[in-house]
Ligand binder design. Sequence first.
Ligand code: AMP
Length: 540
Amino acid sequence: MRGLMMDTPLLVSSLIKHAAAQHAQSEIVSRTVEGPIHRYGYAQAHRRAQQLANALTALGIVKGDRIATIAWNGYRHYEIYFATSGMAAICHTINPRLHPDQIVYLLNHAADRYLFIDLTFVPLVELVAGRAAKLEGIVVMCDRAHMPDSKLDNLICYEELMDGAQDSYEWPIFDENTASSLCYTSGTTGNPKGVLYSHRATVLHSFAAALPAGLCLSESEAILPVVPMFHVNAWGIPYAATMTGAKQVMPGPGLDGASLHEILDAENVTFAAGVPTIWLGLLNHMREHGKRLDRLKYVVIGGSAVPASMIEAFENEFDIEVRQGWGMTEMSPIGSINTLKPWMQDLPPSQRMAIQIKQGRPPFGVEMMIESESGEALPHDGKAQGELLVRGPWVCSGYFGIDDAGVHRDGWFATNDVATIDEQGYMQIVDRTKDMIKSGGEWISSIDLENFAMSHPDVQQAAVIGVPHPKWDERPLLLVVPVPGKTPDKADIFNFLSDKVAKWWLPDDMVIVESFPIGGTGKVLKKELREEYKDYALPQ
Ligand code: AMP
């Protein structure tokens, strides 16, 4: 027997419609590329999104068309998110940090009809636009006064485009499984693959993200996504915040420690989210200048493993709670978030930290299992390690334009991450399969070694890579970026590590470097490091 409930589809447009009606004055504050801070409430954001939907209709955009963006986090980008999805077109966010040839590949693969860009990216787009076959026009996200002097001949001014359009638009009702946005994976190997989110997945993901054990969003909170809107929809924050009426603070291009501190402080931000490298900049700035952020309650850190030293710094020095998150472009992205169970709060600090450095527990909606190389399900005992498989309504079921990418097994998505799951349900990433170091037939976790190395007071960042070895196949090499003004001593660091890991895990050598190559989504590029050090002569 079927239930007698309305079959109302879950649509992205319903989020902003609701926010406009219920949280009209709750603000979206943006630092613009042009300079000034812009602010407006959800009611006005909704009117502008409707205006843009009319403008896109006038350009001939119809259901299913792809509209690309290369833009920072800001209010116009937000309007594009909601206008495109709301009219059943698809918002395709492109990471400006990709190589221009990869951007050309993405524009062509997605067959984007229009490209919306921030002023910053005009020179980049000059390099690529001529090679994007389907592109009909480029909209610069500024007013007439700021329009650039560019050799691109098909430039449209965003505000002029808007000026010609009405600000009321009836959002169409359609199947909730319709595609809403498109984001390509970072593509560290081969060409990036397109993850095509649906309205249903986006709305369900927003419910999970907003929960107290997630981003804890409500209209009493102000959230700043440092994570860019071109990387997995800023972890879904623009949608989840809109669902709850939370104030949103968009940092624009200002992602250094000083700029972040200024806007976090000025806008009374209570919750911020980003990758570890970003937080390192903020921590260094606050320490150097004796600053604090007393209204900031939580930071969500994810994208790469969070070192214990970072959790300690936030919690002990600045009284800011760290919630580690794990996820993937293929998971919209939330897969797990680490919050402690009530009884864990009173554990001694070292026992609490042993839990906090795990990647956390899945929210309702995500299921996880770990599997051995021979395909057996492994126990959740915190010890058995295997490939992490996930499933749920916001996990991808395939890639855009690829028939079978071979990442699904019996209805589960294979993450390529190796993990443990403990009796309490906490998942811990041991490594990415390709970053694990195989020494004498046994696996060494680069993440564990890095975490321990980063808890040494002289080490700011650490990366451990496998270097070919004639006897053991591979042995670990530790690369460190020192804390400014310090010179880490190899013997001292190895001595420090020796009571934390098995003897055969100890790296064979250590190299001090000034910085690491960082990829488009803020992660250390291990692949480049492996390439650079592939002939490194380890001491015998
Ligand atoms: P992306 O699709 O670019 O967001 O990258 C997803 C990958 O980032 C995951 O498969 C993990 O390997 C890694 N990752 C994300 N969050 C974490 C985390 N908290 N700890 C360790 N690795 C992470």
